[in-house]
Ligand binder design. Structure first.
Ligand code: COI
Length: 378
């Protein structure tokens, strides 16, 4: 058996746009609305493997109405951010994690897998071409959206024999329209995002569309997003756009940072992993993060809404925040649950005693002001 070609960066064709746009001022950016001049496309077929990669002008794709993505949601995606420092140095944050996760998602939905290093090489070339689009203001970056779709012209349900991997780039500021302010969540007991054995742990397009209508309902009641719960116990899972962290104070003064375990229903977030690694490094004494409480324990464990309600009542609820590539660290000040609001303390800047030092360290590492091997040169 002859192995089909994997992704081949050395075959890249670069077709430069003839109508370059001027990047808009960063203050005017709304998340996900503005796209850069170019995109990367790489076709795949079961007969020929990965084809010629192209960086070409951003524009419409040509798809037949019969193609599988339009019928059975054969689509996966990733979210990554590129940063540019004052010297013009461009970096990505832990992009190896995105390459691995995208391959895991592809395998789950019977789309083709690929060589992550070769794909990343091409993504870096795209970012390099679009480097003038990377905003430099704090809290801003170039959001990179790798996506793969099934493109076979076929309306049977099967693994597609043709696919398209593509990457678009969008200069962004904060994900939520209110900027970096704390958000309110709605603990929905009516709908679920994921179930055991389902696809909640994979970054598939199909995990997102069903959340839009419940999100609209939550927004009508004054909540930004749904907090997805699991089982009759109402275990916290995630928000769809972010993983969740709860900070509790124990009787002996110990601070516990809790996040639900990766039980197959939660997306394994890169920011989630980074928050855990930083907090664990600090808790074990191997790496000190200034202002983070010393008596800190880090728990990946199930946590129910009742535990959060009880913590609120006893004063043990210190803070609650979400983490994500788009959302970074996003404090939560309120959760609507069973007809009542749980109120969560936030500091003057919106953050709390754990999220603030973690955010500072994380953003420092993302922007490259704190050197670490998580920051990868483009
Ligand atoms: C990200 O944080 O990058 C995500 O993919 C969430 C998205 C739905 C905006």
């Amino acid at each position: 058996v002859v192995a089909l070609p994997n992704i081949q960066p050395d075959r890249l064709q670069f077709i430069k746009t003839e109508t370059p746009k001027a990047p808009p001022p960063s203050q005017s950016l709304m998340f996900g609305h503005t796209f850069t001049d170019h995109m990367l496309t790489i076709p795949w077929s079961s007969l020929e493997g990965w084809g010629v990669p192209k960086i070409e002008p951003y524009g419409p794709l040509s798809l037949e109405p019969s193609c599988t993505v339009l019928h059975y949601a054969q689509t996966i995606f990733e979210g990554m951010k590129a940063y540019r420092d004052e010297h013009g140095k461009v970096t990505l944050f832990r992009p190896d994690m995105n390459m691995k996760r995208m391959n895991t998602s592809a395998a789950r939905i019977a789309l083709p897998t690929f060589n992550g290093d070769a794909f990343l090489d091409l993504i870096k070339k795209l970012i390099h071409a679009e480097r003038d689009w990377i905003p430099r203001e704090p809290g801003h970056s170039l959001y990179i959206r790798p996506t793969m779709i099934g493109t076979q012209k076929f309306i049977g349900v099967a693994p597609p024999s043709e696919a398209l991997l593509f990457v678009i780039c969008s200069p962004v500021g904060p994900y939520y329209p209110d900027g970096f302010k704390p958000i309110a969540l709605y603990g929905t007991t009516e709908y679920i995002r994921a179930a055991p054995g389902g696809t909640g742990a994979y970054k598939l397009g199909v995990n997102y569309a069903p959340g839009v209508m419940p999100q609209k309902q939550a927004a009508k009641m004054g909540y930004a997003q749904n907090l997805w719960l699991h089982g009759p116990e109402h275990y916290l899972t995630e928000v769809g756009t972010m993983n969740m962290f709860v900070v509790l104070k124990k009787n002996d003064g110990t601070i516990e940072l809790v996040t639900p375990p990766l039980d197959g229903m939660i997306l394994p977030g890169v920011t989630r992993d980074s928050v855990l690694a930083l907090a664990r490094g600090h808790a074990s004494g191997s790496y000190k993060i200034s202002d983070l409480p010393d008596k800190l324990v880090v728990s990946e464990r199930p946590i129910t809404m009742v535990e959060i309600q009880e913590a609120e009542a006893s004063g043990a609820l210190v803070e609650l925040f979400g983490s994500g590539t788009a959302a970074v660290i996003s404090p939560v000040n309120r959760i609507g649950y069973l007809g009542k609001d749980i109120h969560i303390p936030t500091g003057e800047d919106g953050m709390g005693p754990v999220s603030r030092p973690i955010w500072t360290e994380l953003v420092g590492r993302q922007m490259g002001t704190i050197p670490s091997d998580w920051s990868v040169p483009v």
